[in-house]
Each structure stands twice: as C-alpha cells, then as structure tokens.
Design a protein. Structure first.
Lengths: 212, 212
DNA sequence: TAGATTGTTAATCGATTAACAATC
DNA sequence: TAGATTGTTAATCGATTAACAATC
C-alpha cells in the first residue's frame, strides 16, 4: 500500500519518479497486470535494487513473490506526483520561451494550473496567451493578494531574475520553475527551486561531443 | 595552464563547467583580475574544495598563494566548452518547442551552428525558421550525406523519437539534445545524449512543493 | 620571510548495488 | 511445498569535503 513517506526522500529518488510513472503508464496502457523490479529496471536502464529501494521510500507497493500490480503502482505514483489538487501557477515573462513553456503547465498529468501571466513590455500586456490575458507585472502584488499562486515560472532575462524572485518570495511563492540564466537558489527551507538552464545543458552536451 | 584532461572527467564535473564559465564571465565583465576558489565557491554555492578539484581535472589553472587569473580562467573554460569550432547541428521537429529551442543554438557562446531543420508535416515544410527553410524529413539521409551534422536536436513526439534516433545514429550523429518524452539512452560508446525532460522536471517540482 | 592559496592526498558522506531473509 | 520476488540490511562505489604540504 502506498503510505506516507516517513523520512525525507532524497532528490535523486524524486527526480526518478516521473520516469517511473511514464513507464508504468505505458504498461497500464498495454494492459500488463504485473511487473517485477527487474523488468522495470530493464525498461528504465537502472538496477532492480534501485527500483525496489526507490519504491520502498514510500512504503511497499509490491507483493513478495509476485511483483508490482501495475494499476496500483500507477495510482500510487500519480498520487505522489500529481497529488489530489492542481497547484496554481503564474508565468512571469511572456516571450517566446515563456509562451512555449506555459504549454507544459496545461499538459495532462503535470499537476499544475496556470492562473495568470505577466510581462513588463507594453506590447505584450493585454495580448492573449492560452485562455489568459497577459497582465502588467506592476499589478503582480495585487493579483497575488487576491488569488495567491503557489508556483512561479520564470521566463525572464538573467538580470531581472534575482529581483523578481525576491518580490515573488515576499508574495508567498513556494516553488520556482526557473528558465532564466540566473542561478536561483532555494532561499528558505520552505521554498523549492527547479532550475532549467538550457544554455548550460547545451554547453555540456557540446563538451561531451567534442570529447567522446 | 589549461592542459588536456588526462583521464575521463565525471559527468557531475562537466555539468558544473557552464556555471563556472557564466560566473567567471561576469567577473571578467566587472574587470576583476583575480579570484580565489573560496570566492568562487561563495558565488556558486558550493565549496572551495570542489572548485579546486573541478578545475584540477583539466590541469592547474591557478597560481598558489594568488588564486585564479580571471582572464586566463575564462579563456580556459571557453576553450573547454565552446572549443575552437562550432558543431554543426540539425533540428528535427519544427513545432512550437522546436522553434523556441532552435533559438538557443544560435545564441552566443553556445558552440553550435544550426545548419538545417526538418519536419514531416506538409504545412511546416517550406516555411522559414531563422535563416533556414524547413525541409521534408524524408530528405534527411540525402542531406546528411552531403553535409554531415554532428548533433541532432529532437523536438518530436515520444512515439517517433526512438525510430528517428535510430535513423540519425545510422547517419553518423554523435550527440542528441533530446526534448522528446522518450528516454533516449546513449546507444554506443561514441554517442552522447542530453535528455531535457521538461515534463519530468515540472512533475518533480510539483512533488517537492507538495511535500515541503 | 610571512601570508595566502593552490594542487593533491586522505577522510567522509551519500547513493547505488548486492545479498538474503521474509513471504506470497 | 517450491519458486519467485519483494522489503530491507549490508557492502560497495563514487562524489564531496577536509586537510595539508607545496609554492607563489
């Protein structure tokens, strides 16, 4: 049974959960009833030991001698990752990257709900994005007072990221999905940051290709 | 002096290099002449030990008792990450994500050069993207024969990613920047994969926000 | 020289893997 | 029961951190 995590789950484990979910969803779609840790390991490219260790962070999902019930495992992972409710999120920066990334928030199974989008460029303000109207970032505090979001998606230039993060923290934002170059660090224990540095990712790929 | 890496550099070190470069470039822009490992550690949020260990993977950049010369360090890191030449890259999939991501390849200091873009949708083929015309993916083999690219950027749906990767491997692609949901794994020792799973990133953020 | 800071070796820490008893 | 596979403890591995001699 999927139970509550008794102790803090390590980041490497958390990062692997979405991959488990995706593969288990595929199994469910293929009407597979049961899967063993070694079968999953073969699909994921890791070890059966790791699969079992990971799942056991959340209590026993499996049945000894049998394996893991795909439907139950899928439900448990979905519950862990998407939870019951969708987290309210706002987008800061509605440039090309911001518009593209906002699409992910609306995708099925992400567990988020985009409630507002902000920009500081007069040309952007008032334009449509998804079902929303882009608002002036000057009205951010007002908006957050009325309907507090939990997560902010930062798609703004490096130099304004630090200041904006500060403002958002003061407005009670709990999580950042940061696409700016700025290295945002979790400021306080109650705040979580996911940096997506596409430029860094590309440069490290370049290094590896040049040094095969 | 920046010398050639004598032994295989570990992936965690490689992943940190772009961040070092960004911060050292900022120092250079601010006309700082010298920086110590502890100063860099404070900027990066890691330890002075790690900074020195990381740099020493590539031979001594620094001077005992003094620190690291910012200009030389910057040059060394740029040489490592961007190298002398720009790697030829092609884009597969010119949807919204593909178009946005292709912009990063052209950005200064990335070390790549986008030479062609492909799609299979008739509506896309023939349209302009950057300075390129989107080509029919059916002509991919022909194109690669004439001007072989080193890297492919995959911005295609999950279900076509595996087959496409297979084709690209046979055409001699050495590196993949993979944005598809498909978990691309490095097929052979001479091939490098950088998976950017935005959906996974978002889901893991969701887990962490819900479990602060 | 004295002070500072690197380069490098040794110690620690955490994550992964292996082993095996529990049990379906 | 016998076979299979989990849950969990122990061993290994690798990465990070600490320590210190080398040296500018």
């Amino acid at each position: 049974m999927a139970t509550y995590p008794q102790h803090k789950i390590s980041l490497p484990v958390i990062k692997r959960l979405p991959r488990y979910l995706r593969h288990v969803q595929l199994l469910q779609k293929a009407c597979v009833e049961t899967v063993s840790s070694s079968e999953l390991a073969a699909m994921l490219g890791n070890t059966a030991s790791q699969v079992r260790q990971d799942f056991n962070c959340f209590g026993g999902f499996g049945q000894q001698g049998v394996g893991y019930n795909v439907v139950l495992l899928c439900k448990a992972l979905e519950q862990l990752l998407v939870g019951g409710s969708h987290l309210p999120a706002i987008l800061i920066g509605t440039g090309r990257l911001g518009c593209t990334i906002s699409g992910f928030l609306g995708s099925t199974g992400a567990g988020f709900h985009l409630t507002a989008a902000f920009d500081n460029a007069p040309a952007q303000i008032g334009t449509a994005l998804g079902g929303l109207v882009v608002q002036d970032v000057a009205t951010l505090a007002e908006y957050c007072g009325a309907s507090p979001p939990e997560v902010a998606v930062l798609c703004i230039p490096e130099d304004s990221a630090s200041g904006m993060a500060q403002v958002l923290l003061s407005l009670g934002i709990k999580g950042f999905w940061n696409f700016s170059q700025y290295d945002l660090a979790a400021a306080s224990p109650g705040v979580v940051v996911e940096n997506v540095h596409l430029g860094d990712s590309l440069q490290s790929l370049g290094y590896r290709v040049r040094n095969i």
